[in-house]
Design a protein around this ligand. Sequence first.
Ligand code: AMP
Length: 556
Amino acid sequence: MLFRELAEVCESLASTTKRSEMVRMVADFLACLEPEEVEPASCMLLGRPFPKTSRWRLDVSWATLAEVVLRITGASQRELAAAFDRTGDVGAATAILFHTARTKHQQLFLIRPLLLLEVHEILRKVARLSGPGARRRRERLIEGLLNRCEPLEAKYLVKIVTGEMRTGFQEGLMELAVARAFGVPFKAVRRAVMFAGDIAVVAGVAAKSGEAGIKSISPSPMRPISPMLAQVCNEIEEAIEAHGGTTNFEYKLDGARVQIHKRRGEIRIFSRRLSDVTESLPEIKNLVLQELRADEAIVEGEVIAVGKDGQPLPFQSLLQRFRREREVERVAKEIPVRLQLFDLLYLDGRSLVDCSYEERRERLKTIVGDIELTEQLTTSRADLGKDFLERALRAGHEGLMAKKPGSAYVPGVRGKLWLKIKPILEPLDLVIVGAEFGYGRRHRWLSDYYLAARDENTGKFEIIGKTFKGLTDEEIKEMTRELQKLVIRQEGRRVWVLPKMVVEIAYNEIQRSPKYPSGMALRFARIIRLRPDKSPIEADTIQRVRGIFERQVKRI
Ligand code: AMP
């Protein structure tokens, strides 16, 4: 299959908002592919080069890509900025420059057309590069690819590399398309996705071995499972009621979620986003290896950083452990971490995801050895729940989780079976979409940030506030470096960037305000911490912000 044909499908997807139409188009396309083309094509249609669970990372920033685009097309920065202004989209802006270049130099594009698998192979090569000179070689490979692109292909290649597909076709629709293309039940597809971690992997299996193939995908050690998530709940009473009169409260620790897989002598630790973080946490790896009484298991828990007195440290300290690639041992000594487990998903040959909360917890108790479990309280009494919350907060934790009695582990779902209770005005996870250079000491740094929430319906990021508070000078410097790689447009001392960086924001209230199109603005917003563990798609939505705003109004 030609890469151009994939680009054409993407273009058709972008031109309709009808979900059934999108599913049909993609299903028809997938059904025409060779089985080995299905996984890469599915990834690309969703705007990523590889499955989420893959170890490959492209590490090509928009800044690098923009340089390559300008070199190939001979366009200027200003022309690129103008194209971006017209379209609001990096891919579409690239296509405009490619069109103009084509009219100028016809011969540029009379080259052998790109195959879909060829593009995939080259992107894999790019991801495999490391060590000195890797950046240059990466750039050259991408330049080689873009050089062979027609405008439409360039548009979608840029979108795949930057992860900014924006055709409106998302994972849920892809699941429907895969079911339809390969004649397999939708439920089986959904379930397989939770265990395989990515619909593209499931699509590949469905293409090669049909229903039997996807039904055989089940939890298995060393393959990360999408984590079960929790909905927000405001009060202890509300949680007890939502769970039918009794619930299981657990301390909610303010750390990083880990899913730990053990198979005989081997341990792998996955983050909430399913990336492999084993090397960052050597002492956790050793602890589990020594203590966990099972040949094969998948357990889940939270890792927190602790100070000398054993009290939890802010999440920010913990982040330093995850960012490390070198000197892991030294940093491990400086910032000790503690593991507390709360779930068991697989044990010695058997998946436990369909077992009840109680059974999973009981079995977990029997195998943990000296590893700690999260504090737990089963109760139907709100007063006891409140005391428990007080104790959690006094011990330096974030709040409570409430888990419904008898509930299964539902991977990848943010439902009501798990509720989270955090007592303060809920911080928001927002995305930085722009920034301004500061004044005085900060005049070279991007230190004032535009914060946006995602609109669930349109996928657009809506600005709801601005802040220059909360980061240290070091963090601001690093933020400046990161944001500069994402710049799409500069206006004087202000830049607009691709929505990639998620930050957790505290604020005093949400005000009605004409300042932004959303009609709302955060008062006294400040950054609590960076959230590199969250993707922009997981950031809070404008709908949620509106919900908080409305509750706030009611309370007054
Ligand atoms: P949030 O990240 O705000 O959606 O809150 C859910 C997160 O809380 C989970 O992904 C875990 O990382 C974390 N967490 C802390 N304590 C627990 C617990 N006892 N059970 C489940 N998740 C927990």
